[in-house]
Design a binder for this molecule. Structure first.
Ligand code: CDP
Ligand code: CDP
Length: 223
């Protein structure tokens, strides 16, 4: 085993990945890497430049040439920290579209692998256990019913003083799941050696404890 611990958490939108991954990372005192925010950043930059889904070459070039640094709660690009602007429905949907582009994925996967090369990380996304870190010591596939996932997003947006439309959110999540599961290149899939956790009826703390226990076992008892 490598001397550093790699934890991969994958699953569909709203399953609780980032909430759980962040807490596990905090408890282990290692960095949390939110790969979704990297796809969201490229989507944001592409839309800002007026690019559309048919301009794959230009969008891939952005993914290749844009230096980005993950910071607490966001991404730093060209000296600007992007946070809430990455979390809109428009960005979620466009991120899912550009995430199907092979050269975009190649560029971002390389950055993700570089981050995990020299340090322990908890990384969440769609293809971490299958493609980005197939050597991860702990792999979790987190899921929940689609209705529960849409309810969570609904609650999250209400908490930000927005007035979300539940049916619209449900349809958007369905569409994003479909894109993510059916794309040719690195689709969302449970790795063969990943532990499946259905978060529908589990509290965040229960899941965190379960994953910490898996880490503990893998590291021979040392957290
Ligand atoms: O990262 P992902 O899209 O998988 O989900 P998230 O952003 O971590 O979670 C979406 C929302 O669901 C957050 O507001 C969480 O607090 C909430 N959540 C929950 O209420 N119960 C859980 N068991 C997991 C997440
Ligand atoms: O928070 P949520 O689960 O809704 O989304 P996210 O993790 O921020 O990811 C946004 C989009 O980026 C997803 O719908 C995927 O299409 C894409 N993504 C991906 O393809 N591979 C990853 N490792 C992470 C995100």
């Amino acid at each position: 085993m490598n001397s550093h611990l790699l934890v991969a958490i994958d699953g569909p939108a709203g399953a609780g990945k980032s909430t759980v991954a962040k807490r596990v990372a905090r408890r282990l005192e290692i960095p949390y890497v939110d790969t979704g925010s990297m796809y969201r950043t490229i989507a944001w930059l592409a839309l800002k430049e007026g690019l559309t889904a048919d301009q794959e070459a230009e969008i891939s070039e952005l993914a290749l040439s844009t230096p980005m640094t993950l910071v607490e709660g966001g991404v730093k690009v060209h000296d600007v920290v992007l946070k809430d602007e990455l979390r809109t429905s428009e960005i979620s949907n466009f991120a899912s579209t550009i995430a199907a582009m092979p050269r975009v994925r190649e560029a971002l996967v390389r950055k993700q692998q570089e981050i995990a090369q020299l340090q322990s990380v908890v990384m969440d996304g769609r293809d971490i256990g299958t493609h980005v870190l197939p050597q991860a010591h702990v792999k979790v596939f987190l899921t929940a019913s689609i209705e529960e996932r849409a309810r969570r997003r609904f609650g999250e947006l209400q908490g930000k003083n927005q007035s979300p439309d539940y049916e619209k959110l449900l349809q958007e999540i369905k569409q994003r799941d479909e894109n993510d599961r059916n794309r040719t290149f690195s689709p969302l899939r449970q790795a063969k050696d990943a532990i499946l956790i259905d978060s529908t009826d589990q509290t965040i703390e229960e899941m965190v404890e379960m994953i910490l226990e898996l880490c503990c076992t893998k590291m021979g008892g040392a957290e």
